[in-house]
Design a protein around this ligand. Structure first.
Ligand code: FES
Ligand SMILES: [Fe+2]
Length: 451
């Protein structure tokens, strides 16, 4: 039954709608000691582009902590608390040394693990260097990014290595994108496939390809490490089925950026791997790597030269465009940053298209509470050390409309069958899995009748 139209009661309500409730702290606050902060501190997080480590230290802020990142002259990378444990001078003015970093103020020398190597002004018998230390975090480098683990030292997880890094002929180009807003509104966009129909295509014009403008049938599935969206679009005689896969808490693989839907594609993989890393509660840097390979971008729309510090090779991902241009042709950055410094969930009117966002928030809340209960935050890393299987993909099948009617139902059925295949062969080795999935998907394409 339709709800009665109470238009008059809904009109001119500005005066009644001025109160702004508080944000959802549990999901959006990330500082030390907060439940959300504890979540982030169980996972390796990118903290800097490796290319930024030169002859002077790099000051960064991550999860509300002021840090410095540097590479000493022996080539080892340190991630240290920024304020010197002697009397607080900033190590951003420290001297990168043969071994570690030396504070400019009184010359204390810190190793990359925070151990004090020298306190030159103190008498030789001073015990300080054996009792104090500088806060420091374990470090990994991968794909041109520096990662730190900022959690309890007794439970450093293995560095996660994902299957999409192994795409044939793949080149990884690192990038960072700065945003003056909370991390969650950036990350949950990964589970909002409908925004692409409107923001990227119908509202102001085609920002990627026209096929993005087709309204999909869509669904979401929980996966061992997170969740995936599933979209199925009719594009002439083809059906384009696509999934992005989000890994808890803040990690995601984006499938192809440019898809014309005009040729068969089978389980092509990620074009972007990204982490929405909180600087603090109201600032976020999206670190990631762009994947360049002939499978994910066969027509060569991408441009490696446009990927790097605060830039990436598709429109609308930074605030660096003129304000008027951003108003006339807004992109992801403009829509998401403008949701307020921290989006207020209590003011939202979520609809069916927000199912993925709701599911993601619930999964995050469950994981946060699980960590507080002492549960394992890494339940699904392969025991044999092989890459973590992910489900991001694009698949385009030749599947003309049937004569008997319900094409939307057909899209949903195809999407389900494709997703069962994509998620069905995790036990196989990576190359073998790719072959098997491609073979199974190929069997779903309609075969053209030969005359
Ligand atoms: S404040 Fe750093 S050595 Fe004194
Ligand atoms: Fe987008």
């Amino acid at each position: 039954m339709n709800a009665p139209d109470n238009r008059n009661a809904r009109a001119y309500r500005g005066y009644a709608l001025t109160q702004v409730p508080p944000e959802d702290e549990e999901l959006t606050h990330v500082g030390p000691g907060t439940p959300g902060g504890e979540l982030f501190r169980r996972y390796w997080q990118p903290v800097a582009l490796a290319s930024k480590l030169g002859d002077v230290p790099l000051a960064v802020r991550i999860l509300g902590e002021d840090l410095v990142v540097f590479r000493d002259l022996e080539g080892r990378v340190g991630v240290l608390h920024r304020h010197c444990c002697h009397r607080g001078a900033s190590l951003e003015f420290g001297i990168v040394s043969q071994r570690g970093i030396r504070c400019c103020y009184h010359g204390w020398l810190f190793d990359v693990d925070g151990v004090i190597l020298e306190t030159p002004g103190e008498p030789p018998e001073s015990p300080i260097r054996h009792t104090a230390s500088q806060g420091a975090y374990p470090v990994c480098e991968f794909g041109g990014l520096v990662f730190a683990y900022m959690g309890p030292p007794g439970s450093v997880p293995p560095f996660p290595y994902f299957d999409t890094y192994e795409q044939p002929d793949n080149r990884l180009i690192p990038f960072s994108l700065w945003h003056p807003c909370n991390w969650l509104q950036l990350h949950e966009n990964m589970m909002d496939p409908v925004h692409a129909v409107f923001l990227h295509t119908r509202v102001v014009g085609v920002q990627l390809t026209e096929a993005w403008g087709a309204m999909p049938e869509y669904d979401f599935r929980a996966t061992p490490n997170g969740m995936m969206y599933i979209t199925a679009k009719r594009w002439d005689d083809y059906v384009w089925i696509r999934s992005n896969h989000t890994i808890l808490p803040n990690f995601g693989h984006t499938a192809a950026l440019w898809e014309d839907g005009d040729a068969e594609r089978l389980f092509t993989r990620a074009s972007v791997t990204r982490w929405a890393v909180p600087i603090d509660d109201t600032h976020t840097v999206v670190f990631g790597v762009r994947h360049f390979n002939p499978n994910v971008d066969p027509k060569g729309y991408g441009n490696e030269a446009e990927v790097g510090e605060d830039m990436i090779d598709f429109m609308g991902q930074t605030g660096n465009r003129p304000y008027g241009e951003r108003q006339r042709d807004p992109g992801d950055w403009d829509a998401q940053v403008s949701q307020r410094p921290i989006a207020i969930h209590a003011l939202e009117h979520r609809g069916r298209t927000d199912k993925g966002v709701i599911m993601l928030r619930r999964a995050l809340r469950d994981r946060i509470r699980g960590i507080a209960r002492g549960e394992d935050p890494h339940p699904h890393v392969p025991a044999d050390g092989s890459p973590i299987r992910t489900y991001t993909h694009d698949t385009v099948l030749w599947a003309p409309r049937g004569e008997d009617g319900d094409d939307r139902r057909r899209l949903r059925e195809l999407a389900n069958r494709v997703t069962d295949i994509v998620t069905g062969f995790d036990e196989l080795a990576i190359a073998e899995r790719q072959d098997r999935i491609e073979r199974e998907l190929s069997g779903l394409s309609c075969r053209r009748k030969t005359p």
